[in-house]
Write a new protein. Structure first.
Length: 651
């Protein structure tokens, strides 16, 4: 083998011998110099290495590959070599398993694949030495067009491994402490993301920077001044970076729900723009329609941060929604065992989940589930009908399209400043969260669900300091006001009360009807026994497309006085269960479960509900009520008295 003589203008040149496992040898020239085209890696080691079979080069900090042909092994012209597929080592990464004490060595590679896309990848040095084609990283490199192995001579795997080892011995390559998990390290001095060089877990390149930082800051200031609800969502998302630095028990879900085309996803994008690009291609748009395993992977590679999950109405298998949501909010999944009995790395996370949909998460919670209340304590419901996102328009942002264009071209400028501030003020932030949580526990000690929910508001209020350090003092005043609005509304919530007896079921239903009969917003109705087809009547009840989107009218006998005396079918919309719980302390879903047990719930084809209208997917609970015996006896007694009076009346 011969050395290729390139003019490298090197500041220093070192040589070393490479001996492959086949016994072949060659001389390696290590060159240190700046790389004009890659200023970010100007301090890394640069290599100039040539194999005279014309297939592999490691030169100018890149390894070039010419596809091997059995018929010929032509040397590629020197002028074309720089246009080929470069690959070079960024760093050696040491991964220490705390359970087994084993140390593994990984090589962080940068490469440009056959279609011109640039990527980074961590590959095991052991797998390179063993030429393990089943290794995930090696398979990925091969799928991108790199021929790593050649049994007849030194191959690309040998070159990468030997170059890295030689550079390590010469102390000319960075050596980093590796991690298979994201989030804050144990000593809390670094926040690891999938974009970090020494992250060894599943890749997800979702963090990057584009556009002008000044324009991005100006856009964020206008967002915070225009929409308090959006500002709250963004600040709550940033509070995810406090987890890991400050002890947190779970992963709360910010449930942004309401009518379509109101800017819910746009509000979530405002949070995403702090770390990277919007949409599916940026890896920051995730759907509830994904599988359970996919959702766990999404959250586990975003630990101690936040994740956007869009359209919960598309969740698969809604009958197990309570279990699925509780698993996500708890921050961990089941561990799997290897063949030898040892545990695989379990997927864990602590972050904030931003959820958007047309329906509330509360409507998916099964009240008969033993963890229903525990899940409610982890969900912060924001009804955008009650708290409009852009109530006063977009102000200086002009239009939603203009805002999205600004976010799409200027993003990612918040992450590094957020991490820098949190590291510098971790003790101060932790004290603030602790003091606020103690205050809220005393304030809501009579309602455990609300008390736990309020603990998450403490993180959001602490994150206000972080946000102001990035986009300016006073920018989060709207956030603090909205947090207090939420806390005051929760203070009015009644603790859940149990519903047992038939009379209690009846009284609860009548109380709901009485509440809606005196309210300007009526979303319940009933049918008397004379209705020839109650189910058909229910399906074709008038639909009102106003505020709630699924209004139906309460059909009331004009001669009937309050309280109601019902003998027939009473239908109550499921979408009203949150409002009913807040106003009356009655859990509508638990009421329906108990009514079904007592045979007081209408069923249709084996289901305990039916559609109010064929034009929409809204469901209702249909309760079957009959008059009380004491009421019937009183009416019979009154009728008897009336007959007696009539008998005494002369004609």
């Amino acid at each position: 083998m011969t050395m290729n003589n390139y003019n490298t203008d090197a500041t220093s040149v070192k040589t070393a011998d490479i001996v492959s496992k086949h016994g072949s040898s060659a001389t390696l020239k290590i060159v240190n110099k700046d790389t004009p085209n890659n200023p970010e890696i100007s301090q890394d080691i640069l290599f100039d290495y040539f194999l005279d079979d014309g297939r592999y080069w490691v030169m100018n900090n890149r390894t070039y590959y010419q596809p091997y042909k059995k018929s010929t092994a032509k040397r590629m012209p020197e002028s074309k070599r720089l246009a080929e597929m470069p690959i070079y080592p960024l760093a050696l990464i040491v991964d220490r398993d705390l359970q087994t004490g084993r140390t593994s060595l990984y090589l962080k590679l940068w490469y440009r694949d056959a279609i011109g896309e640039e990527n980074t990848l961590c590959v095991s040095m052991e797998s390179l030495a063993k030429k393990d084609k089943k290794d995930t990283a090696i398979s990925e490199l091969m799928s991108h067009g790199f021929t790593l192995f050649n049994s007849r001579s030194i191959d690309l795997a040998d070159v990468l491994r030997m170059v890295s080892i030689t550079a390590f011995e010469k102390k000319d390559i960075s050596v980093l402490e590796g991690s298979t998990k994201t989030g804050w390290t144990v000593n809390k001095d670094e926040h690891i993301t999938p974009s970090s060089d020494h992250y060894l877990g599943k890749e997800s390149s979702y963090m990057s920077i584009a556009g002008s930082k000044d324009l991005w800051i100006d856009t964020q200031r206008k967002i915070f001044a225009t929409s308090p609800v959006t500002a709250f969502v963004v600040t709550s998302a940033i509070s995810g970076y406090l987890r890991g630095i400050i002890k947190a028990e779970n992963s709360p879900i910010i449930d942004l729900w309401g009518q379509t085309s109101q800017g819910k996803t746009l509000a979530a994008y405002c949070a995403v723009s702090w770390i990277g690009p919007l949409g599916v291609q940026g890896g920051n748009y995730n759907s509830w329609e994904s599988t359970k395993v996919a959702r766990e992977n999404i959250l586990s590679i975003r630990s101690n941060s936040f994740a956007l999950m869009d359209e919960i109405s598309g969740m698969k298998d809604k009958f197990s929604a309570t279990d699925q949501l509780m698993a996500l909010a708890n921050g961990g999944s089941r561990s799997a065992a290897k063949m030898d009995g040892s545990l695989r790395a379990a997927k864990t996370w602590q972050n904030v989940i931003i959820s958007t949909s047309n329906i509330s998460i509360d409507s998916l919670i099964d009240d008969s589930h033993e963890q229903a209340d525990a899940l409610r304590a982890r969900v912060i419901n924001i009804d955008i009908d009650q708290y409009p996102l852009w109530q006063n328009g977009f102000g200086e942002l002009k239009t939603p399209m203009n805002l999205e264009r600004l976010l799409d071209s200027n993003y990612g400028h918040g992450y590094h400043d957020v991490i820098k501030y949190i590291k510098a003020h971790s003790v101060e932030l932790e004290n603030k969260v602790t003091n606020l949580q103690d205050e809220y526990f005393s304030r809501f000690e009579n309602n455990a669900i609300v008390a736990r929910r309020a603990k998450e508001i403490a993180f959001t209020l602490a994150a206000c300091d972080v946000v102001e350090s990035v986009i300016g003092n006073g920018s989060t005043n709207n956030v603090k006001s909205f947090c207090e609005t939420l806390l005051n509304s929760w203070q009015q919530e009644q603790p859940h009360r149990e519903i047992d007896k038939i009379d209690d079921i009846r009284d609860s239903i009548l109380a709901i009807m009485a509440h809606y009969s005196t309210s300007t917003k009526i979303d319940g109705y009933w049918f008397d026994p004379e209705c020839p087809n109650q189910e058909q009547a229910a399906k074709y009840t008038t639909r009102d497309n106003s505020r709630s989107g699924y209004k139906v009218y309460l059909k009331q006998n004009s001669a009937m006085k309050m309280p109601f005396d019902i003998d027939g079918l009473v239908c109550i919309a499921k979408t009203e269960q949150s409002a009913i719980k807040k106003a009356l302390g009655i859990d509508l879903k638990a009421l329906a479960q108990r009514a079904k047990y007592e045979d007081m719930l209408h069923t249709n084809k084996g289901r305990s509900d039916f559609s109010c209208s064929p034009l929409n997917k809204m469901r209702t609970y249909a309760f079957k009520l009959s008059r009380r015996e004491d009421t019937v006896n009183e009416q019979l007694e009154e009728l008897g008295n009336l007959i007696d009076e009539m008998d005494d009346t002369p004609f």
